[in-house]
Design a protein around this ligand. Sequence first.
Ligand code: 5RP
Length: 229
Amino acid sequence: MNTENQKKIAAEKATESVQSGMVVGLGTGSTVYYALLKLGAMVRAGLDIVGVPTSAGTEKIATAQQIPLVTLATHPSIDLTIDGADEVDAHLNLIKGGGAALVREKIIANASEKILIVVDESKISRVLGTTFPLPVEIVQFGWEATQTEVNRICGKSTLRVASTQDGRQNPLITDNGNYILDCHLDGIPAPQEIELQLNNIPGVVENGIFVNRADKIIIGTPSGIRYME
Ligand code: 5RP
């Protein structure tokens, strides 16, 4: 089974936990995309849910799928969130933010009763921070000074850029109007400490380390689905 099919079976398996009446957190990314398609089909067939999207991109896809959307203002408590991850360790710690949605993803994770993470097998890692750079969202003001402080903890980081239609490279701007630094680490043996240290730097909005958040990892593998919980 190729990677795309691994993502699809994991995401579709997660939707089996969604029941009518639920407030569902809708994650971001190419794996969650398959869950959005499936949930859309379920809603059109009568499933009665509301969703809280973690990004403008997800909001657009969910709207096209006719999934009714609400906000945390009216629905501050989420029954179940389905989200992806960029890296997962054996303790269910995650690196997220490859899709630049880490701030809203962490807010929604924090409001969620239960979190299912859907990934393909390539995301599983022995030590967090060895296969994917750690995203850190920072405000634009004084970002170079913030980067210097981030580098004291992470060693080296790069400002994430996005290509314009005419091929120029500009800093990527998140849904919240911020920049992202990608930190290149040789591993994060103490993720909770690094999460707190980074968030203590003035100018840092949030970072992509998610500790003690996931209830279950649903992994699509070449031979089918396996779980970590
Ligand atoms: C977005 C995320 C995504 O969940 C993560 O990047 C995984 O995406 P994909 O399923 O496309 O690999 O954290 O901020």
